[in-house]
Design a protein around this ligand. Structure first.
Ligand code: ZN
Length: 132
């Protein structure tokens, strides 16, 4: 299954936890794990705090400090910083599933990390069955 997700800002941490839970429900995945894979080179996935939005703001601040938008990059598309941030966080996450629910911790949310938006992004939701 592929989730189509619309981001609205240039840099954005979009909480997709509910969409992923809905996907595993539709896929009738009850035990095992789910592989999430973002099919882009200027976006990423991460799992982090879902309660205090200041954490996401701090993440954005640190990434901006680590990887400034302008830095004499070679890539002539002008979005090298977005590519670098994508590789720093990575394109995939594996999340265990128990009794049909994501086995996340209380304060964990799943985030699509947009680094060159706004764009329409695709996240592949691939069940990993416990029995096969
Ligand atoms: Zn590029």
């Amino acid at each position: 299954m592929i989730l189509q997700l619309q981001t609205s800002q240039h840099t954005q941490f979009l909480d997709i936890t509910q969409q992923v839970q809905q996907a595993i429900t539709e896929l009738k995945l009850t035990q095992g794990a789910v592989l999430l894979f973002v099919r882009h080179t200027t976006a990423a996935l991460t799992i982090n705090e879902n309660a205090d939005p200041d954490v996401l703001q701090d993440l954005e601040t640190i990434f901006q400090r680590l990887v400034p938008w302008q830095n004499n990059y070679h890539h002539n598309e002008g979005n090298s910083a977005a590519h670098m941030k994508s590789s720093l966080l990575g394109a995939s996450e594996i999340i265990p599933v128990k009794n049909g629910a994501l086995a996340l911790g209380t304060w964990q949310g799943i985030y699509l990390c947009e680094f060159d938006g706004p764009r329409t992004r695709q996240v592949l939701v691939q069940p990993l069955s416990a029995t096969s």
